[in-house]
Design a protein. Structure first.
Length: 368
């Protein structure tokens, strides 16, 4: 049976949308495979890592009928990528193998039975569906994802908190040293729901979400989230645990504030960062009347000092920060101006966008 017959570009596009979660090494060999399920003229592609499952349906030609199998996802992708984009590729079933033909090339691939593929058991109690434009969700994720913890023992920090309430969707990420918060307005009212999406899910959504027009539908259950967009269904486990109270972390009423050009501040911090020690990345920031000064030094007793003019007339402040945390937020901002609110040398700094109440970024000071 010819399972599919289409151009290399069509097959790669479908495979790419599901293959991102497939790990190279697995305790279960079948998890390295993509499940192909043929129903009539349509093929459903499914991958899973036991915590995330992605499915997409595609019309990729071939014989009409019912058939299912699983084949190595990365291997199939590597073979397809080595072929011309407009070349027709045929995948035929041959006993317990798949035969891939294209031009004069032939590949015989080992398969594993589809019935052994561990599909994620979907929750029975998903909440109401709500949707946002894909562009909006992608922008929100980009504004906070860099603040997620990577391998923290406080496992609830290795992800992003989603809070949907009323007509507002808020996203929060923190690694204990800095916190990023952003929000957007929804088209419909939704009951309050709070879930923590795992780090891997967030990175995969960022990869798959499109900048084009089109909405993404979301549904949350107690232990799962489901997303539907561009013909894909994405189901993921959630991180269990209690996320820190982010409202207590975001400072209010800091008495000193400056508004500066983002590009100028970013390049100044990047220059000064060159002479920080690899381990600590600490810089000293001095704020005096009319001047913002940034200084760094390292174990070789080398020093860097840079300054810029600012509109400031309060009490002088000296405060230390991990320069990487400040660079991260500026790199991920599109705006031209940035506002910084400070209290004293022991308090965190609040970074915001002028005339925008949706985004807040907090960095804890460090002793230098």
């Amino acid at each position: 049976m010819i399972v599919l017959k289409a151009t290399q570009a069509q097959i790669v596009a479908s495979l790419q949308s599901v293959a991102g979660i497939v790990e190279r090494r697995h305790t279960l060999p079948i998890l390295a495979n993509v499940m192909l399920k043929k129903t009539g003229d349509s093929v459903q592609l499914t991958t899973s890592d036991l915590e995330i499952q992605i499915q997409t349906d595609a019309a990729l030609g071939g014989d009409s009928g019912n058939f299912s199998t699983t084949v190595g996802a990365r291997k199939l992708m590597d073979i397809l990528r080595s072929m011309p984009v407009d070349q027709t590729v045929t995948l035929e079933s041959n006993q317990n193998k798949l035969l891939l033909k294209s031009g004069k090339s032939r590949f015989t691939l080992q398969t594993l039975p589809a019935e052994d593929f561990p599909l994620v058991q979907e929750s029975a109690n998903f909440g109401p569906v709500f949707s946002v434009p894909q562009q909006t969700l992608k922008a929100l994720l980009q504004q906070v994802s860099f603040s997620m913890a990577v391998h923290d023992i406080r496992y609830y920090l290795n992800g992003i908190l989603f809070v949907a309430e009323g007509k507002q969707l808020s996203l929060v990420a923190t690694d204990g040293h800095r916190l990023a918060y952003t929000s957007a307005t929804l088209a419909v009212d939704v009951p309050k729901q709070e879930v923590i999406l795992p780090r891997k899910t967030v990175l995969e959504l960022l990869r798959l979400l499109s900048d084009k027009e089109g909405d993404i539908e979301m549904q949350f259950a107690t232990n799962q989230a489901r997303f539907r967009f561009d013909g894909k269904e994405f189901v993921t486990k959630l991180v269990e645990g209690k996320f820190p109270d982010y409202n207590r972390v975001i400072p209010k009423n800091h008495k000193n504030s400056i508004t500066v050009g983002k590009a100028a501040l970013l390049t100044m911090l990047q220059r000064t960062a060159i002479l920080t020690s690899d381990k600590f990345k600490g810089v000293r920031i001095n704020l005096e009347t009319g001047v913002l000064r940034v200084a760094s030094s390292n174990a070789e007793q080398e020093e860097a000092v840079d300054e810029m003019e600012v509109d400031f007339s309060g009490e002088p402040i000296e405060i230390g920060f991990n320069v990487s945390y400040l660079i991260d937020v500026l790199v991920n901002m599109d705006q031209e101006m940035v506002r910084m609110d400070l209290a004293d040398s022991n308090s965190s700094v609040l970074v915001t966008i002028p005339d925008n109440s949706f985004f807040k970024y907090v960095v804890m000071p460090m002793r230098i």
